[in-house]
Write a protein that binds this ligand. Structure first.
Ligand SMILES: Cc1cc2nc3c(=O)[nH]c(=O)nc-3n(C[C@H](O)[C@H](O)[C@H](O)COP(=O)(O)O)c2cc1C
Length: 73
């Protein structure tokens, strides 16, 4: 959803630190549903550059099946 939104220049942010009781009350969410994350969407106030972020390369961050096991290429 976030990537699809970004194609239309709509920004978003995922939040997992939520006040579940308040969220249930405000949005009328029934008890049988568990709220694990909220994603807010909106048009950015300023133009975002789209420059690449200085992220850890995926191959340094991701393990395969077991902790500290790299995927063979
Ligand atoms: C699973 C997940 C949960 C997150 N929960 C929160 C949150 O509860 N509160 C918050 O301020 N940011 C939270 N974030 C971080 C932001 O949504 C966002 O990823 C952060 O601002 C960095 O954005 P970037 O990845 O585009 O640099 C969460 C990120 C992830 C991936």
């Amino acid at each position: 959803m976030q990537l699809a939104a970004w194609n239309y220049e709509v920004g978003s942010g995922i939040i997992t630190e939520i006040k579940e009781d308040k969220l249930r009350k405000d949005f009328g969410i029934p008890q049988e549903l568990s709220v694990t994350a909220v994603i807010g969407f909106g048009y950015p106030q300023r133009r975002l550059t789209g420059n690449r972020k200085n992220r850890i390369p995926l191959h340094e961050l991701v393990y395969n099946e077991k902790f500290r096991t790299r995927k063979r290429s």
